[in-house]
Ligand binder design. Structure first.
Ligand code: PMP
Ligand code: GLN
Length: 383
């Protein structure tokens, strides 16, 4: 078997969720909501199952979902999108990312990434023979070091993989930062693959797609996820928006990887996307109040939290309680001794590079307030 994949460790999310289950811990590790998604979507999916929407969907997605994605792009960001040629539905953003990278990369191409980063990026790049060039946003304010970013680009750069709102930091890139990135993409005549799965989960700021910045329309692949936008992470329906020339090649990659995605769920997601502003405003407001509740509770227990303007996640500083333990050891003890699961932030850094921070852990706040209260109560008994 393939030696690289054989040696790839089990993802930290599975490891921590299993540990949480084994110890009956409150799971604030893996990022999934504990509430059901909107009944409109659940009912639509059930109806579509009963209506016989159970055979292969078209390769690039049900027309009704592609049209809804195009309408959402126009409504939310003023992007004019051709649903027939510029949208591809995938089995989650995870597949969308993999097929976009497959479609763009040749062995030896360089890819610029920003750490801390989501754990599927580097293994996919490695499988494609790409060379990663990582730049770090640094805690505690997740500032983007512009000189380092500029230095990471070269004449071999094929693309930058940008995640905003960002997991695990919760950083939402500002328009200034996006314009700086857009300038680099233009100067180096390359592309951007934009993981925007948390696009609607922002709290004090608005998410801006890089695709909306000058000259980025045909250089950018924009990726969204129904799992995140509608609190149904198990559905694994993602969507790609990009220009026809890129979409044609990405569709080939999708053809050989998944071919198509669940048609009943696609129909439900199409209805969800049309819910529009009010729905997403309520979702963000509800998450924001849970973020604030958890941040206040953690702060009072001596775990100061870092700024998080978007996503499901809050990063906390464990220095006051670490007693010599790094983030990985601390998270293990947290599950077994306090009964609360979190994720060590060092898991979001490339191995073999500069030393990652070892004093930060990530909590998911996409849980009911009762669950967050129980987690804080448990932490309060230990710390
Ligand atoms: N990108 C990021 C940054 C994520 O946090 C996740 C988490 N689920 C994904 C992609 C994958 O999304 P999906 O579940 O739609 O595959
Ligand atoms: N995106 C989720 C997180 O960061 C995990 C998804 C997964 O388990 N692969 O928690």
């Amino acid at each position: 078997p393939n030696a690289f994949l054989g040696s790839l460790p089990t993802t930290i999310f599975t490891t921590m969720s299993q540990l949480a289950a084994d110890h009956d811990a409150v799971n604030l590790g893996q990022g999934f909501p504990d509430a059901e998604g909107p009944s409109l979507l659940i009912d639509a999916a059930c109806a579509a199952l009963r209506d016989g929407r159970n055979q292969y969907a078209p390769l690039t997605g049900l027309p009704e979902l592609r049209e809804a994605v195009a309408r959402a792009n126009a409504r939310d960001y003023g992007l004019e999108v051709d649903p027939a040629r510029e949208v591809i539905v995938t089995s989650g953003a995870t597949e969308a990312l993999a097929v976009s990278l497959m479609a763009l990369i040749e062995p030896g191409d360089e890819v610029v990434l920003i750490e801390p980063l989501y754990d599927t990026y580097l293994p996919v790049l490695r499988m494609l023979g790409a060379i990663p060039r990582c730049v770090r946003v640094e805690a505690p304010d997740w500032h983007l070091p512009r000189d380092a970013l500029r230095a990471a680009f070269s004449d071999r750069t094929k693309l930058i993989l940008l995640n905003s709102p960002m997991n695990p930091s919760g950083k939402v890139f500002s328009v200034d930062e996006l314009d700086f990135i857009a300038d680099l993409v233009r100067e180096h005549d390359c592309f951007a693959v934009c993981d925007e799965v948390y696009e609607h989960l922002t709290f004090d700021v608005r998410h801006i797609p890089l695709m909306t910045r000058p000259d980025m329309r045909t250089r950018t692949v924009r990726i969204g996820s129904a799992g995140k936008s509608f609190s149904v992470t198990g559905w694994k329906i993602g969507y790609i928006t990009c220009c026809p020339a890129l979409a044609a090649v990405i569709a080939k990659a999708h053809q050989i990887v998944a071919f198509s995605s669940a048609p009943n769920l696609q129909r439900a997601v199409a209805k969800g996307l049309d819910l529009g502003d009010d729905f997403f405003r309520d979702l963000a407001a509800s998450l924001k109040s849970r973020r604030d509740y958890l941040a206040a509770g953690l702060g009072a227990l001596g775990f100061p939290t870092l700024p998080a303007d978007g996503s499901y996640f809050l990063v906390a500083d464990i220095s006051a309680h670490a007693a010599g333990r790094d983030d990985v050891a601390f998270c293990r003890d947290l599950v077994t001794q306090a009964g609360v699961a979190a994720i060590p932030v060092s898991a979001f850094y490339a191995t073999g590079g500069a030393e990652p921070p070892r004093h930060l852990i990530r909590f998911a706040f996409c849980k009911s307030e009762a669950v967050l209260r129980e987690a804080l109560d448990r932490l309060g008994r230990t710390f």
